[in-house]
Design a protein around this ligand. Structure first.
Ligand SMILES: [Zn+2]
Length: 89
């Protein structure tokens, strides 16, 4: 079946989109947020539901690069809060 394949911005491994979480830049709110339904418009960054992938993505700037945003300190704080509110399901 044509299951979409995405690359995790943390570990750079590819996997089915269903196994990855999606982050999008919300231009209206001017912030990064989880796209829990994985179908919001705009550029998305995909991540495994693993703390290691998350940390690698933040440390290497993978999220900022993928979303084409220069993330400020407050954005990173926000991302950290998002990581703590890791969506389930
Ligand atoms: Zn990963």
């Amino acid at each position: 079946m044509g299951q979409p394949i995405r690359t995790c911005v943390g570990c750079r491994q590819r996997g089915p989109a269903a196994d990855l979480l999606r982050l999008v830049w919300d231009g209206r709110a001017s912030q990064v947020r989880w796209d829990e339904a994985r179908r919001q418009p705009g550029r998305g960054a995909w991540l495994h539901r693993r703390a290691g992938c998350w940390q690698a993505a933040v440390k290497r700037g993978g999220i900022a690069r993928t979303l084409r945003r220069r993330l400020q300190a407050e954005d990173l704080d926000e991302l950290r809060a998002l990581a703590e509110a890791w969506p389930v399901g």
